[in-house]
Write a protein that binds this ligand. Structure first.
Ligand code: NAX
Length: 327
C-alpha cells in the first residue's frame, strides 16, 4: 500500500471541519489511490467534539482512511504534516476592533507557523481558510522561515466558485462552460471578481453581460454572498467552504484542467503590481504541484482600480500586523 499522506486539519470540531473531514477521508482531496492519515487539531475545549467526529469517521469505514489522531498542541498536530488545512480561527465578536481581531489571530497563526516550520514534512502545503484568511496566511508564512513561502496559500476558491455560479445563472450556461474567471485581492468585501477574460461556451463573457450588471449585481452579490448565506441559514457557509478547500488542494496537488485557470491567494512575486510578499488572490494554474500566476493579461482601468483597492486593504492589514509585532 502507498504510504499515507498526513493531513492536518485545524478547527476540526467546527462546522467547516465537519463538512471537510469526511470528504478528505473518502479520497476527494488527494485522489482515489491515496490513503490519508488525519491529524485533527483543536483547542482543548474542542477536543471532545473532535473525538465524536473521529468516531463517526471510523464508522464510515473509509478504505483510504489509515488513521486519526487528535491534538490540542500545534507542535504535535503539525508533526509530519504533508497538507495542512488551517480552518480554526478567532471570529470577530461584537465590539471587536480590527486590531483586536488581527492580534487574536496572530496568537493562533504565529505559533501554528512555527510548529509547521519545526515539524511538518518537507513537501508541506498549507491552505488557510480561517479569516482574515490572507493575512492569517501571511502571519503563518512569516513564522516559518525554513519553508518555501510558496507553500502558504489562502482560500479564495469559494469566491471563485460563487462567481462561476452567478455568471452561469445569468447567461443560462452550465458552470462547466465557463473558463478564465478571476478573483483578485483579499478574501473580503473588497475582493474583485473579474469577468473581462472569462468565456462562456467559448464566447467572451463581456458580450453576454453588461457593465451595469457587473457593477450593481454580480460584483456585490459575489462579495457579499457570505453575509447572504448567514442571513438565510442562520450560520456561515460550511459545506461550500469545505468544497472549495477540497477543490483548492486537489488542483494544487493534481494540476488544474488544461486550458482554463482558477483563483487562489498565493505569495505575490510582484505580478500585476501587487507588492511582492503579500498573499493576494490571482488567476492561477497548478502544474507539477506548484501554483503559477497566469501572466500577460491585459488589465483595463476598471479592473485596475478594483484590484488596487483590494490590494491596498491587504497592505493595510500587513502594516497593522507588523505594527502589532505579529510579523
Ligand atoms: P466554527 O466556529 O464552527 O469552528 C471553528 C473551530 O475552530 C472551532 O471548533 C474552534 O474550537 C476551533 N479553533 C479555534 N481556535 C483554534 C486554534 N487555535 N487551533 C485549532 N482550532 C481552533 O467556524 P467555521 O464555520 O468552521 O469557520 C472557520 C473559519 O473559516 C472562520 O474563520 C470563518 O470566518 C472562515 N471562513 C472562511 C471562508 C473563506 O472563503 N476563506 C469561507 C467560510 C468561512 O467563513
Amino acid at each position: 500500500m502507498t504510504t499515507p499522506v498526513n493531513v492536518t486539519v485545524t478547527g476540526a470540531a467546527g462546522q467547516i471541519g465537519y463538512a471537510l473531514l469526511f470528504r478528505i477521508a473518502s479520497g476527494q482531496l488527494l485522489g482515489a489511490d491515496t490513503p490519508v492519515k488525519l491529524r485533527l487539531l483543536e483547542i482543548p475545549q474542542g477536543v471532545k467534539a473532535a473525538e465524536g467526529t473521529a468516531m463517526e469517521l471510523e464508522d464510515c469505514a473509509f478504505p483510504l482512511l489509515a488513521g486519526i489522531d487528535i491534538f490540542d498542541d500545534p507542535k504535535a498536530g503539525f508533526e509530519g504534516a504533508n497538507v495542512a488545512l488551517l480552518v480554526g480561527a478567532r471570529p470577530r465578536t461584537k465590539g471587536m476592533e480590527r486590531g483586536d481581531l488581527l492580534e487574536a489571530n496572530g496568537g493562533i497563526f504565529g505559533p501554528q507557523g512555527e510548529a509547521i516550520n519545526a515539524g511538518a514534512a518537507d513537501d508541506i502545503r498549507v491552505l488557510v481558510v480561517g479569516n482574515p484568511a490572507n493575512t492569517n496566511a501571511l502571519i503563518a508564512q512569516q513564522h516559518a522561515p525554513d519553508v518555501p513561502a510558496e507553500r502558504f496559500t489562502a482560500m479564495t476558491r469559494l469566491d471563485h466558485n460563487r462567481a462561476l455560479s452567478q455568471l452561469a445563472a445569468k447567461t443560462g450556461a452550465a458552470v462547466s462552460d465557463i473558463a478564465d474567471l478571476t478573483i483578485w485581492g483579499n478574501h473580503s468585501a473588497t475582493q474583485y471578481p473579474d469577468v473581462f477574460h472569462a468565456t462562456v461556451a467559448g464566447k467572451a463573457a463581456t458580450e453576454l453581460v453588461d457593465q451595469s450588471w457587473l457593477e450593481s449585481d454580480f460584483i456585490p452579490t459575489v462579495a457579499k454572498r457570505g453575509a447572504a448565506i448567514i442571513e438565510a441559514r442562520g450560520a456561515s457557509s460550511a459545506a461550500s467552504a469545505a468544497n472549495a478547500a477540497i477543490d483548492h488542494v486537489h488542483d494544487w496537488v493534481n494540476g488544474t484542467a488544461d486550458g482554463s485557470w482558477t483563483s487562489a491567494a498565493i505569495v505575490s512575486d510582484g505580478s500585476y503590481g501587487v507588492p511582492e510578499g503579500l498573499i493576494s488572490s490571482f488567476p492561477v494554474r497548478a502544474k507539477d504541484g506548484k501554483w503559477e500566476i497566469v501572466q500577460g493579461l491585459e488589465v483595463n482601468d476598471f479592473s485596475r482600480a478594483k484590484i488596487d483597492a483590494s490590494v491596498a486593504e491587504l497592505v493595510e492589514e500587513r502594516d497593522a500586523v507588523k505594527g502589532l509585532g505579529l510579523i
